[in-house]
Design a protein around this ligand. Structure first.
Ligand code: AMP
Ligand code: MN
Ligand code: MN
Ligand code: MN
Length: 292
C-alpha cells in the first residue's frame, strides 16, 4: 500500500493517546480499532513512561491496515512544573530508552503510597489500595487511577473535579515528584531514533512566560523537533498561539487527542481540528518510521 503523508496538513493523524498500559481504560487493541473506526489515517500509542504496549498496538494496527508509529509520553521536571515530552517513531527495544523509562517509572509506587497517606489525613481512607485496583500495569500507577477511585467512592462527581480538589499542587493528595530532566528525556528519545515533541504546551500554567520561553529555547538547543499544536486540551486560542511558537522556534507541529477513555475524555480519537496551513506537520519527517 502506498501512502504519501508528506506535507499533508489535512491528514487525520492522531499521535497521542493512552492505553491500559498507562492510565487509559482501553487496551492497545481496542484503541487501534477505535482509531480506525473514527477515520484516523496515522496513529501512535503514547503511554506515560512506557513502551510495553507498542508491540500489541503495532500488531493490531497492522491487522487493520492502519499506519502506526511507536510512541511514549515522558514525564519531565522543568522549572518546578511537570512537562510531558512525546517521543515518536522510536525503536521500543532500544535498551537506553527502556532503562530510562524504567528510571522515570521507579518513583511512582512510592509517590502513590504517599498520596494515599496524604488523602487519608484528609479523611479519605484506602485510596492507595483503591487506586491499585484500576491499574493495568503495577509499574505505572498515576494520579488518574486515584481519580477513578475517588469518583467510584462518590467523593467527587468526575475525574476533573478530583484533580481540582485533591490531586493538584496545594491540595490534599498532591505529592511533588522529581521526574527525568528535559535533557535526559530528549537524549533517550533521540538515542532510540525518535523525534522529540513538546506535549500540550497550553497546560503548563505554572510556567511564567520567561520559563516557557526557556523551555522552548532549551528544547531546541537539545535538538527537540516538534510541538503539539492541536491537542485535546488546547483551546482555539492555544492552537493559534502554539502554531506561531512552532514557526518562531522552527519546530514541526503535531496533532493528538490525548484520548484516555470513552467515559472521561472530551475529545475522541481522531476527532480534532486539522493542523493549520501555516505549520509543517511532524509526519512529513516520520515517513521512514511508520509501520504498516
Ligand atoms: P501523573 O503522571 O501520575 O502525575 O498523572 C498525570 C495524568 O493525570 C495526566 O496524564 C492526565 O491523564 C491526568 N490529569 C492531569 N490533570 C488532569 C485534570 N485536570 N483532569 C483530568 N485528568 C488530569
Ligand atoms: Mn494521562
Ligand atoms: Mn500529558
Ligand atoms: Mn497524554
Amino acid at each position: 500500500m502506498a501512502h504519501s503523508f508528506s506535507l499533508d496538513i489535512t491528514l487525520n493523524a492522531d499521535l497521542h493517546c493512552h492505553s491500559t498500559i498507562s492510565d487509559g481504560t482501553l487496551t492497545p487493541e481496542e484503541l487501534a480499532q477505535r482509531a480506525q473506526a473514527n477515520g484516523v489515517q496515522l496513529w501512535a500509542l503514547t503511554d506515560h513512561d512506557e513502551v510495553s504496549g507498542i508491540e500489541r498496538a503495532a500488531v493490531a494496527a497492522h491487522g487493520l491496515g492502519l499506519p502506526f508509529l511507536a510512541g511514549a509520553e515522558l514525564s519531565v521536571s522543568f522549572a518546578k512544573e511537570t512537562v510531558h515530552i512525546v517521543g515518536m517513531g522510536m525503536d521500543p527495544r532500544n535498551q537506553t530508552l527502556v532503562d530510562g523509562l524504567k528510571k522515570i517509572r521507579s518513583g511512582r509506587l512510592q509517590r502513590a503510597q504517599e498520596m494515599g497517606e496524604s488523602l487519608a489525613k484528609a479523611g479519605i481512607q484506602g485510596a492507595f489500595e483503591g487506586a491499585l485496583q484500576y491499574v493495568g500495569n503495577r509499574d505505572l500507577i498515576s494520579r488518574t487511577h486515584f481519580a477513578r477511585f475517588l469518583v467510584e467512592k462518590g467523593v467527587c462527581k468526575d475525574t476533573g473535579e478530583v484533580f481540582r480538589k485533591y490531586l493538584t499542587e496545594g491540595k490534599p493528595g498532591y505529592v511533588a515528584h522529581e521526574w527525568a530532566t528535559l535533557e535526559e528525556a530528549v537524549a533517550w528519545i533521540h538515542g532510540a531514533g525518535g523525534m522529540a515533541i513538546i506535549a500540550h504546551p497550553g497546560r503548563y500554567k505554572r510556567l511564567r512566560a520567561s520559563e516557557e520561553h526557556a523551555l522552548f529555547t532549551e528544547f531546541c538547543a537539545l535538538g527537540g523537533q516538534g510541538v503539539e499544536v492541536i491537542t485535546g486540551s488546547h483551546t482555539p486560542v492555544d492552537a493559534q498561539k502554539y502554531a506561531q511558537v512552532a514557526k518562531d522556534f522552527h519546530l514541526l507541529a503535531s496533532r493528538g487527542s490525548d484520548f484516555h477513555s470513552p467515559e472521561e475524555s472530551r475529545i475522541d480519537l481522531g476527532a480534532l481540528p486539522l493542523l493549520g496551513s501555516t505549520v509543517e506537520p511532524v509526519w512529513a519527517h516520520l515517513a521512514d518510521r511508520i509501520l504498516y
